[in-house]
Write a protein that binds this ligand. Structure first.
Ligand SMILES: Nc1ncnc2c1ncn2[C@@H]1O[C@H](COP(=O)(O)OP(=O)(O)O)[C@@H](O)[C@H]1O
Ligand SMILES: [Mg+2]
Length: 248
């Protein structure tokens, strides 16, 4: 909190490359995420958005390039420190099916908090994503896809981390729920000062959540800039995506 020197760059990749066999998914990505910023990554299905987040986190080996976290090369101890104050919503929610909802949400809290306090925190976070307290004791298999997504979101938020990644937070939600989740994510940045990276295809999410937008296409960052510049940027691939037209 009162660190003498605040590092302004939370994530920095240079020349990041990742292929699966002959499929060159990331082909030289230079990306910077500043502290307190909300970056939204857009791009077509299969363009490497999820892989980008996974490589930053070290969940995928990279073929080339560098990742720096909080200003330091992402060695194992640097990653461990980063992960300590980090939350993520995976695209598939990735809940533990053998644990009730509240234990999923409180999973990390239970290492350091008494169970009753962790459960109360979980119920509070469930309320923030629009889920009533009675959901806490259900099993994930008894929930709809949209509810599972919201449980995953509550889990990401549980410890109030400084850095959050959201992989398609509104996919599978109805428009009203999606708007609520977009507002929640924006509030986490604006009110709590978190740093967030959000992947989405939903232009409503982009406009609500983003300070800055980066578009992945063909393994490269096709375009990046402030969200306010997105509507006047001439790039034809960006225009097609933003306007929901098929790219030429
Ligand atoms: N573990 C994996 N093994 C092989 N191919 C993968 C793996 N993960 C992702 N891919 C491929 O990488 C590409 C990008 O995937 P992904 O990042 O999930 O796309 P999206 O932009 O939709 O999130 C796709 O062609 C996908 O099939
Ligand atoms: Mg994805």
């Amino acid at each position: 909190m009162n660190a003498p020197s605040v590092i302004e760059t939370v994530i920095e990749t240079r020349g990041l490359a990742k292929a699966f066999g002959t499929n060159r998914v990331l082909d030289g990505i230079d990306l910077t995420v500043a502290r307190g910023e909300s970056l939204v990554v857009i791009g077509g299905s299969g363009s490497g958005k999820s892989v980008l987040l996974r490589t930053i986190l070290g969940l995928e080996q990279i073929d080339a390039g560098t990742v720096r976290l909080n200003g330091e090369p992402a060695t194992a101890p640097v990653r461990a420190r980063f992960m300590h104050d980090f939350g993520m919503l995976f695209q598939t929610a990735a809940l533990f099916d053998s644990l009730p909802v509240w234990r999923n949400v409180a999973f990390r809290l239970l290492r350091t908090m008494p169970p009753a306090a962790a459960r109360a925190r979980a119920i509070d976070k469930l309320a923030r994503v629009g889920l009533a307290a009675d959901v806490a004791d259900r099993m994930p298999s008894a929930l709809s896809g949209g509810m599972r997504k919201r449980v995953g979101l509550a889990r990401a938020l549980a410890a109030d981390p400084a850095v959050l990644f959201f992989d398609e937070p509104t996919t599978g939600l109805d428009p009203q729920r999606a708007a609520g989740i977009n507002a929640l994510i924006r509030g986490i940045v604006t009110e709590a000062g978190a740093t967030t990276v959000t992947i989405t295809h939903d232009m409503g999410s982009v406009r609500t959540i983003a300070d800055r937008v980066a578009m992945l296409d063909g393994g490269r960052l096709r375009w990046q800039g402030p969200v306010a510049a997105m509507d006047t940027a001439p790039d034809p691939v960006l225009r097609a995506f933003v306007e929901g037209r098929p790219a030429d």
